[in-house]
Every structure is written in structure tokens, then in C-alpha cells.
Design a binder for this molecule. Structure first.
Ligand code: HEM
Length: 458
């Protein structure tokens, strides 16, 4: 023990990655790879629709096709990977149905889609909306199944636009997830070593983690190689939108899930429940909250009046509800057992001149710096892929890719309000409804502030 008394973080067992469907090799993405289709012929209507998804969207036939589906029973799904595949398929088809290609926005999804989607989501304990899990974690394959888990050997199972840009947009996230995987193994080993007060083993594991975190920080700028910012903003992004705060996109009052009534109130005869969920965003990745816990980085909301940051960051917490349930549980366990930062701080106080302690601080700060670099790069990405695009407007001939809301007076007022905000460079909202730049810069600065040696000022 590094302290004379047992600390609360020592009372619980250290998390075991595999208990939470986390792989020591590929992290939060399944090491055995997601299923590329459901094996049961029974689910043929879903898989057939997936096979032709891009064509059905472009030819505006998707809605008619889905409206004719039978209502299939998800009890026929028997394994976790089958349920995850069903969740991916229904999420892709639902968001294509709602936002698809130049048509008016659908305010509902039909029973054939809503009932199994809600049912399989309930079993998986995740929201029935397109999430980072459906779009990224469970939507990839290895091009060469015997090849390495690396960016060049990864591709998506499905996209909505059929563009290489969307494939790359998703696959960069998968590559980042995989790059972080081995870091988690090393960091869990570091938690054990802290409990044994074995400083050399802590240092070795931090060096190991650093190799992988360095890869994580360098992958994000590769987004520019194959994902054109205008294609992302005008063609891809609308499909990621959820049903909360989306009135300005034409989804005025949540989304109606036909045939769904999970409300136990017997007086409620409404079988077409309206629901409100945030859309898919990589902010729902468990990688960064896990790293924040390992290194003791904390995030707070900015109080606009006092300028202070005090309450825990509400949006980051809200993202948790959209992560796979085992990953949420992993984060909760980690929150109670992470011990690295108090250990490094105690060594800094007790033996500031020790060679091992100096090395410990240096490698701890180098790891934190990788997370900070990731957040720096992410701010640049958001600037190029969202803020700049919103200011420029659609390229010539792309006006049709706007979601059609022009004929709705309320939407016009909203759009004008939004245009004013963009012009003023403020108030831009993320997919999750965040005030973008203050949120992202705050997270970056709080990461930098976690360094032990005087944080480099940005
Ligand atoms: C074109 C690429 C990307 C864009 C435009 C983008 C945009 C955004 C936006 C708008 C947010 C604010 C939350 C929201 O309201 O959605 C956000 C948050 C976040 N994004 Fe991205 N993102 C991109 C790629 C990625 C990738 C590849 C990752 C990593 C896998 C990532 C990780 C995060 C994280 C961790 C947050 C939460 C904020 C934080 O922890 O600092 N993003 N992103």
C-alpha cells in the first residue's frame, strides 16, 4: 500500500476488462468482430434491406419497403453479437427512414421497425436511437480477416450515404478505439502495481500505455485524408441526428415509435409513444471517460455568471446513457478504483528528488499530454468539419442535401436564428446539443491542468 491506511479505492477488487466486454487487445470494440449479417433466414427482410440500403434511400423506396415488413420477434436472436447486429441494422434503417435523401423528415417510424428496435435495445440496455455503438463499435470488419487490427485493414459494414467519406469517418473512430485497447490492459496493471506500491512496475506500465496513447493522439488528424469536410457536414451529418432538440432540422416533437407503449400507466392508451434522444456522437465513446478516470482528469460545467467550473460536466455524464451497458458499468467500477493520480501526488510530496519519482511524474504527464493532444486535434477537426462548413453554406448544387424544413414557419425562424449565431461565431450546437467550443476547449484545458509539472499554457 502506498498510504499508511487503506484508501477507499483499495477496498474494491480491481476491474477485470473481460468482465465488462472490454478486450485487452481491441478495447471497447469486440475482438471477435461484429456479425456482418444475422444467420437466421427469419431476419431476411432486415438484411435484404441493409444490402440495398444506399439504393433504397437514393431511389426513395426505403419507406415503402420498411412499411411492408412483418413485425419480427427479437426472441429469435440468441447471442449477444446477434442482438448487437440487430441493433445496428435497425438503427441504420431507422435513421435512413427518418432523414433519408431529400424527402420530408418522417415524424414517426412504423411498427415493423419501432417494436423490434425498442425490444432489442431494452435487452441490450441501450437507447433505441443511432448511437456510437451502432455506427462505430459494432459496425466494422477486417478487410483481410487474418491481417492486423489497423486502420488500413478496417472498413465499415454499412454506411447511409455509400460514400468513402462516411466509411472513413466511422473507421477512424474504430481505429482509435482499437489503438487505445492495449493501453487499458497496461493501466489496469498499473492500478495493481500502485496497490503493491511497486513504483517500477507502475512506471513500466505507464510507458506501455504511452506507446498506445501516442497512436490514439495521432490517428484523429488522419480524418482529413479521406473524409471531405463538406461531404461530412452536408451529406453525412444529418443521418446522425437524434430526436431531441431537432426542431430546427424538421423533427418537431420527438420521434413517434408506432406500436410502442412501455408506459406502465394503464390509463395511457397511447400505443405510439413519442421519444426524445440525443443523436450519435463519438462523445459516447468510453475511451476518453476511461482515460480521464485512470489519470484523474475531471470535467466541470462552466458557470456563465461566475466564470467558475464546479458541477460535474452534465453533457459528458449524459453521454453515458448511450454507451453499451457493460461499458457503463466498467466506467462506474473504474471511478471507484482509479488510484494513479493520488499515488503520483503522494510520491511527489514524499520523495520529490527520487529518480524513480521523477520518471514517474514525467511518464504520467506524457500520457496526460497525449489525451490533451487528442482534444487539441479534435477542436481543429470540429472547426473544419462543422463551424467552417456552417459559415460557408452548401457547395453549389448541394442545396438539396439540406433537410427539407423551408416550408415550416417555425423552422424558418429557427434557421434564421441559427444563421445569426453562426455569423457571430457563437452558440453552435453539437449533435448532443452542446455549446460546442466552450465545451470542447474546457475539456481540453481541464486535461492539461491534470499534469503534475506546471501545465503548459495554451
Ligand atoms: C469529423 C469528425 C468529428 C466531428 C465533426 C466531431 C464532433 C464532435 C462534437 C460536435 C462533439 C460535441 C458533443 C456533441 O454535441 O456531439 C464531440 C465530442 C466528442 N468527440 Fe468528436 N467529432 C469527430 C470525431 C471524433 C472522433 C473520431 C473521436 C474519437 C473516437 C471523437 C471523440 C469525441 C469525444 C471524446 C467527445 C466528448 C468531448 C470530450 O471528451 O472532450 N470525435 N465531437
Amino acid at each position: 500500500m502506498f498510504a499508511t491506511t487503506t484508501s477507499p479505492t483499495d477496498l474494491l477488487p480491481v476491474p477485470v476488462l473481460e468482465d465488462y466486454d472490454v478486450s485487452p487487445v481491441t478495447g471497447f470494440v469486440p475482438h471477435d468482430q461484429p456479425l456482418s449479417r444475422l444467420p437466421q433466414a427469419y431476419f431476411q427482410p432486415w438484411e435484404e434491406t441493409m444490402d440495398q440500403l444506399n439504393h433504397l434511400i437514393d431511389s426513395r423506396q426505403l419507406r415503402a419497403k420498411v412499411d411492408q415488413w412483418p413485425v419480427l420477434d427479437v426472441a429469435q436472436l440468441t447471442t449477444l453479437r446477434e442482438r448487437q447486429r440487430a441493433y445496428v441494422v435497425l438503427g441504420f434503417i431507422a435513421h435512413s427512414y427518418i432523414w433519408g435523401s431529400g424527402l420530408d423528415v418522417s415524424q414517426h417510424i412504423p411498427e415493423s421497425l419501432a417494436v423490434p428496435w425498442v425490444a432489442v435495445s431494452d435487452i441490450l440496455d441501450i437507447a433505441p436511437v443511432l448511437t456510437y455503438a451502432s455506427n462505430d463499435l459494432w459496425n466494422w470488419k477486417l478487410k483481410d480477416p487474418k491481417g492486423p487490427f489497423e486502420l488500413e485493414n478496417l472498413e465499415t459494414l454499412a454506411t447511409m450515404t455509400g460514400t468513402k467519406d462516411e466509411d472513413w469517418f466511422d473507421i477512424i473512430s474504430v481505429a482509435i478505439e482499437i489503438a487505445a485497447g492495449p493501453a487499458f490492459k497496461a493501466l489496469i496493471d498499473a492500478i495493481h502495481a500502485v496497490r503493491e506500491d511497486n513504483i517500477r512496475t507502475v512506471i513500466e506500465n505507464l510507458h506501455l500505455a504511452h506507446v498506445h496513447l501516442d497512436k490514439v493522439s495521432k490517428l484523429l488528424p488522419r480524418m482529413f485524408e479521406n473524409c471531405n469536410p463538406a461531404v461530412f457536414y452536408w451529406k453525412i451529418r444529418k443521418y446522425l441526428a437524434g430526436s431531441e432538440g431537432t426542431a430546427n432540422l424538421g423533427l418537431f416533437n420527438g420521434l413517434q415509435y408506432n406500436g410502442v407503449n412501455n408506459n406502465n400507466n394503464n390509463n395511457n392508451n397511447n400505443n405510439n409513444e413519442r421519444r426524445y434522444y440525443m443523436g450519435a456522437t463519438a462523445g459516447q465513446s468510453s475511451v476518453f471517460p476511461a482515460l480521464d478516470y485512470f489519470f484523474g482528469v475531471t470535467h466541470h460545467d462552466l458557470d456563465n455568471q461566475s466564470g467558475h467550473r464546479s458541477a460535474p460536466n452534465a453533457l459528458l455524464l449524459k453521454m453515458r446513457a448511450f454507451m453499451p451497458a457493460p461499458h457503463r458499468a466498467f466506467l462506474d467500477h473504474l471511478a471507484q478504483t482509479a488510484n494513479l493520480r493520488p499515488y503520483v501526488l503522494s510520491k511527489t510530496v514524499n520523495d520529490p528528488e527520487g529518480q524513480d519519482v521523477k520518471e514517474l511524474i514525467s511518464i504520467y504527464d506524457a500520457c496526460v499530454h497525449c489525451i490533451k493532444l487528442f482534444r487539441d486535434n479534435h477542436i481543429q477537426i470540429v472547426t473544419r468539419y462543422i463551424l467552417t462548413q456552417a459559415k460557408r453554406g452548401p457547395p453549389e448544387g448541394w442545396e438539396d442535401y439540406r433537410v427539407k424544413v423551408e416550408d415550416q414557419p417555425f423552422a424558418v425562424a429557427k434557421a434564421e436564428e441559427k444563421a445569426k449565431e453562426v455569423e457571430e461565431g457563437a452558440g453552435m450546437k453539437g449533435t448532443g446539443g452542446s455549446d460546442l467550443m466552450p465545451f470542447l476547449k474546457g475539456n481540453r484545458d481541464e486535461t492539461n491542468a491534470a499534469k503534475i509539472v506546471t501545465p503548459i499554457k495554451k
